[in-house]
Design a protein around this ligand. Structure first.
Ligand code: SF4
Length: 931
């Protein structure tokens, strides 16, 4: 008997960046059917970027192949994992913990958790580690993300409390955007900046970045500094401000301390000296200082470019110095505003879920703070031994100090630096538990136990975004399979472990709902800078997301901190931080002459475990590429798209290289997202094979943004390009391809297509791999079908396999020497177009580089919402004259690009600047001027 479909609408938040956009999830009979922006959420007022708008696609069956559904465990390292039941698995885990702690002490275990956990999840894990087990070895991937922002705030303002609100974007008259490609990493905030600029064209935007990013293209002043030289730049700006009397001496005298030491330090850093160090004109430094200091309200927005550095704390604090010296803080539109990279990096910081912090912004080195938390938890003790931070934790596992690792909701085998060391740590650890919503991440390969966790859309709790705003996260659909909530898993192990560690005592884990966890966390914040004792689930339900602090009796949270000039230091005064400029740790020299920086792509998020399941999200950046200055590329004799070898002092990868106008000579760039799953090979674990684990002394955040590398010709003689749309489930196909990676030097596997999704495989090796390897690949792609067309040229080792079903191309393999794959690009586009092959049958088996006459190969997609390619935009622009904004308006009207989520607007502006209308002199002049 059929039933009426059960339709449901659920308010929640996006699970990607720290902007914390509100979403409305539509579901039908327990399946997510759509995701819209929440018009009532103050972070986004209904807007979402490409990642947010495609969230529903990540919940479709073909995107969930890789989800973990049941617990798995293996008897020993040589055995494969087997499915298991929850009860026996949790008992095994509790027993392992008890035995390890009894034999080696509490510090022989380590937890590595995630800024994607909800606050409630974070809280219970923190209590389990610090309260029950008695170790501070619990750290989080926020260590790789925001820990320098934390120490920067603590060292200057006295607490880990971002002072600003998103609303300040509408009040600012000068934006100082540094170390952040906001246009890509925080697109919805960038929409607000664009709107502010449109409303007030006189406001100034200064962008500091080693790359000419999409954000930089929007700037009034762009300073393309050399990687890692920010501290010298900020010191020089203060030098100028002092010289020109642009500092606010009254503010400094009334509200700060330790200015003299800083003034003495920056005296040495003139604009001329900084120009040498930073590689930017001295005049531009002076202009930046003038705009920053003399604007009525300067708002600094910053992210990983400052944080992921061995000088991360110094960079953050030196920037905050500028705000304190000019009084650009504590007033509308002004202040230092760190943008968080993860949806709940802030919530994790609030519960003290890191190795160096305690609950509610307490200090783990402070005996009184430890006693407060111990008494509140009724714990036996809180350890006074500082916990091991991310890099230290994996080092300790590698050298045998940590025996048992529990990884929660994160993928360190993709995201940690110097991955060879991380893999060695996993291999050396005695027992590795991986708790995740996905079972196909790079880290899962090392798991002795896999615990299936619920994911976005299935969870209940809270998150805090960059502006201290706490939002509810709500479940729209039931848990998948046997997956359980993260806080529940921690609670249940806690209850079992209590029987070993404190038998007979009342449980510390008496929670039955996330709300009970939240209420306990809330009580611990009483009297702290982030006091939220006045907030409840009910209040948020009735009144929407709220900013902290929100103490008992409050009716509204604080938009802005430090408006009275009082700071969270012992003296109540903000402290200037005088740190000398130090170059990045990994030295550039004759052996490793290039500076590698990493960054974010527009449509992918972090390790791609979720966004990497949606084929259309590969449209903008279809495959892993190393960007290089065009002159450097030509000087080395590389072709655009050639596979080259990139080597650092830690390892090497093969990757395709491409010319990138936005990079200066001597620099190379690669997005941070490409892990082994998408960019693999015998020696490669993805991008972080190359990066360094050197970290900042204060924040212990590693320098993921800078590595010295060299590039050399790959000399891989054998090439293969293959693609298919034949899979009912392209993600399952990607999983199978992982097993082929170790036998070839280079293997990149990505998703392609949109309406007819598929996979694209690119392989290069020293010679042809074994016949068995090729047969396996063919079987995965259905090219073992008896109807497959075959062509072999034994002399050149060239092979072509083509499968046509009906009259439609469904799978192709081209392999042999480099010329054997010449027709790959247009054949792939033909396959994706779904056009009949009748008219090109004769071309199928010959290596013809050019597409059939009349067939327009596709190009990268710029507008995701309306599926508009770069080629279509360029072609249209040839016929559109006028100034930049007129051309943008005409382009939107013609192609609809940029009219939906707006994520592509920065790229549209760049294309407009670089594509003149034919026979239109005015348009050409506009384009040159903007470029
Ligand atoms: Fe999600 Fe995009 Fe909003 Fe970030 S900006 S929270 S990724 S919708």
């Amino acid at each position: 008997m059929s039933h009426a479909p059960i339709l449901k609408t659920t308010r929640s938040t996006c699970c990607y960046c720290g902007t914390g956009c509100g979403v409305v999830i539509d579901s039908c009979d327990g399946v997510v059917t759509g995701v819209r922006g929440d018009e009532n959420h103050p972070a986004n007022f209904g807007k979402l970027c490409t990642k947010g708008t495609t969230l529903a696609l990540t919940m479709q069956p073909r995107a969930m192949t890789g989800r973990a559904r049941v617990p798995e465990i293996r008897a020993d390292r040589a055995a494969p994992r087997q499915e298991a039941n929850w009860d026996s698995t949790l008992i095994t885990i509790a027993d392992k913990f008890a035995r390890t702690i009894a034999e080696h002490g509490a510090d022989a275990v380590g937890f590595y958790v995630s800024g994607q956990l909800l606050t409630e999840d974070y809280y219970v894990f923190n209590k389990l580690a610090k309260g029950l087990i008695g170790t501070n070895n619990i750290d989080t991937n926020s260590r790789l993300c925001m820990s320098s922002a934390v120490t920067g705030y603590q060292q200057t303002l006295g607490a880990d409390a971002p002072p600003c609100s998103y609303e300040d974007i509408e009040h600012a008259t000068c934006f100082f955007i540094t170390g952040s490609n906001t246009a890509f990493a925080h697109p919805i905030l960038f929409r607000r900046i664009e709107a502010a600029k449109e409303k007030n064209p006189d406001l100034k935007i200064i962008v500091i970045d080693p790359r000419r990013t999409e954000t930089a293209a929007f700037a009034d002043l762009f300073l393309p500094i050399l990687p890692g030289t920010d501290v010298a730049l900020f010191h020089a700006m203060l030098h100028v401000m002092l010289w020109e009397e642009w500092v606010d001496r009254d503010y400094i005298a009334a509200n700060t301390e330790d200015f003299d030491a800083l003034r003495t330090l920056v005296r040495e850093t003139s604009p001329a000296i900084a120009a040498e160090i930073c590689g930017v004109p001295a005049d531009d430094i002076i202009t930046a200082a003038r705009w920053f200091a003399t604007s009525t309200a300067t708002l600094s927005l910053y992210c990983q470019g400052l944080n992921q550095s061995t000088s991360g704390t110094a960079k953050n604090a030196s920037l905050i110095n500028l705000h304190l010296a000019t009084g650009q803080i504590g007033k509308p539109g002004a202040g230092p505003f760190s943008l968080t990279g993860q949806p709940n990096a802030m919530g994790g910081r609030e519960v003290g879920g890191m190795a160096t912090t305690l609950a509610a912004h307490r200090d783990i080195t402070n005996p009184q703070h430890r006693e407060e938390v111990r008494a509140f938890w009724n714990a036996d003790r809180i350890s006074d031994v500082r916990g091991k931070t991310a890099v230290e934790m994996f080092n300790a596992a590698k050298n045998g100090e940590i025996k048992l690792l529990w990884i929660v909701c994160t993928n360190p085998a993709q995201s940690m630096p110097d991955l060879a060391e991380v893999e060695a740590a996993f291999n050396n650890a005695e027992f590795v538990i991986v708790q995740d919503a996905y079972r196909n991440t790079e880290t899962i390969a090392f798991a002795d136990v896999v615990l299936p966790a619920t994911s976005w859309g299935e969870k209940e709790g809270t998150v805090t975004n960059s502006e201290r705003r706490i939002s509810r996260v709500r479940a729209a659909v039931p848990a998948l399979g046997e997956a359980r909530h993260d806080w529940q898993i921690a609670r249940d192990v806690g209850r079992l472990l209590e029987q070993h560690l404190r038998p007979g005592k009342p449980s510390m884990f008496a929670f039955e709902s996330p709300e009970e966890v939240w209420n306990e966390h809330r009580a611990l914040t009483a009297g702290r800078d982030l006091d939220i004792t006045g907030l409840s689930y009910d209040f948020i339900e009735a009144n929407g997301p709220q900013q902290w602090p929100f103490a008992k009796g409050a009716v509204v949270g604080k938009k802005r901190l430090y408006t009275d000039g009082k700071f969270q230091t012992t003296s109540g005064r903000a402290k200037f931080f005088a740190a000398k400029y130090q170059p990045p740790a990994d030295k550039v020299d004759a052996h490793y002459p290039l500076r590698l920086t990493t960054g974010r792509m527009r449509d992918q998020w972090h390790g791609m475990s979720r966004t990497g399941t949606v084929a259309s999200l590969f449209g903008t950046t279809p495959s892993p590429r190393l960007g290089m200055n065009p002159h450097d590329l030509a000087r080395r004799g590389f072709d655009d798209g050639e596979i080259i070898s990139v080597k650092s002092r830690r390892g090497s990868i093969y990757v395709q290289v491409e010319a990138c106008q936005g990079l200066r000579s001597g620099q190379v760039y690669i997005p941070m997202h490409w892990g082994k799953r998408f960019l693999g090979g015998a020696q490669s674990s993805g991008v972080n094979t190359l990066t360094t684990s050197a970290f900042d002394d204060y924040s212990r955040q590693p320098e993921l943004k800078h590595a010295a590398v060299k590039v050399v010709a790959a000399n891989l003689a054998w090439h293969l390009v293959a693609f298919c749309t034949c899979a009912a489930d392209e993600n399952h196909l990607l999983d199978k391809l992982q097993y082929l990676q170790p036998d070839v030097a280079y293997m990149s596997n990505v998703l392609i297509g949109r309406d007819r999704p598929g996979v694209l495989i690119h392989v290069a090796h020293h010679g042809a791999p074994s016949l068995a390897w090729l047969n396996q690949l063919d079987a995965i792609l259905s090219l073992d079908d008896v109807n497959t067309l075959r062509y072999d040229d034994a002399r050149r080792g060239s092979e072509r396999r083509i499968l046509v079903r009906g009259d439609v191309l469904v799978a192709v393999r081209l392999s042999g020497d480099a010329e054997s794959t010449l027709s790959a690009n247009w054949l792939r586009d033909w396959l994706l177009s779904g056009q009949p092959v009748a008219e090109i049958r004769r071309m199928l088996l010959s290596p013809v580089a050019t597409a059939p006459i009349g067939f327009l190969p596709s190009s990268r997609v710029v507008c995701q919402c309306h599926d508009v390619s770069e080629a279509a935009i360029r072609a249209q622009l040839l016929a559109i004259a006028g100034n930049a904004s007129e051309r943008l308006a005409a382009l939107k009207a013609k192609l609809k690009c940029g009219t939906e989520c707006g994520s592509c607007l920065p790229e549209l502006r760049t294309l407009i600047a670089n594509t003149a209308a034919t026979n239109d002199v005015v348009a050409t002049e506009v384009a040159v001027a903007v470029a």
